[in-house]
Design a protein around this ligand. Structure first.
Ligand code: ATP
Ligand code: MG
Length: 171
């Protein structure tokens, strides 16, 4: 059985504080030997590069243009055999945004797209958010929670697979 996602593009989905970036950093380090690694494209990192601070929202158009540039570069590196895939690290809580994203990346040359869904309780995300140095306003997290609950990730969006990370469910 496949133990971890191996698609050319892995979309992370989850509230602020749900552990996406922590997972992405570990996943990038865990690539099997002899195989090129994964590269993370992070909207927070792009905001930090553009505005000097990941907490500054700035212009979505500007951030998105960088996302596309980095995805295009990633596709070229995968094509050359220098990279296995790209992890897209953003909250991705709205279904219509996820659908559009999948269409965009297919057009950029990524044949397969998987999702990793960080399905941790709201209380857990709020607690982790409070405990870290960069804090997202709680009102923003509550709004995103409503959006994510209303449009939970589904294979019908175009994902070949969805990996759920979260507290174990009782059978
Ligand atoms: P954002 O969308 O705001 O970037 P995020 O989903 O990337 O949030 P992280 O920054 O990865 O969240 O994690 C939030 C906090 O939770 C960090 O302080 C991290 O150390 C902690 N954390 C991440 N994963 C776990 C885990 N599995 N168990 C306990 N704490 C965790
Ligand atoms: Mg993060």
């Amino acid at each position: 059985m496949q133990q971890q996602p191996n698609s050319s593009l892995i979309v992370l989905i989850g509230l602020p504080g749900s552990g996406k970036s922590t997972w992405a950093a570990q996943f990038g380090m865990n690539c099997p030997e002899g195989r090129p690694g994964y590269r993370t494209v992070s909207t927070d990192q792009i905001r930090a590069d553009l505005y000097g601070d990941a907490a500054i929202q700035g212009s979505w158009g500007q951030v998105w243009a960088r996302v596309i540039d980095q995805l295009r570069q990633g596709a070229a590196d995968i094509h050359r055999g220098d990279l296995t895939g790209v992890v897209y690290d953003a909250t991705n809580v709205r279904r219509r945004d996820r659908r559009r994203f999948i269409q965009t990346v297919h057009a950029l040359g990524y044949p397969t797209v998987a999702a990793v869904w960080f399905d941790f309780p709201l209380s857990c995300c709020l607690e982790r958010n409070r405990a870290r140095s960069r804090q997202v306003p709680e009102a923003v997290i509550l709004k995103m929670h409503r959006q994510l609950v209303a449009t939970q990730p589904s294979l019908s969006e175009g994902f070949e697979q969805i990996w759920r990370m979260g507290p174990a469910r009782l059978p």
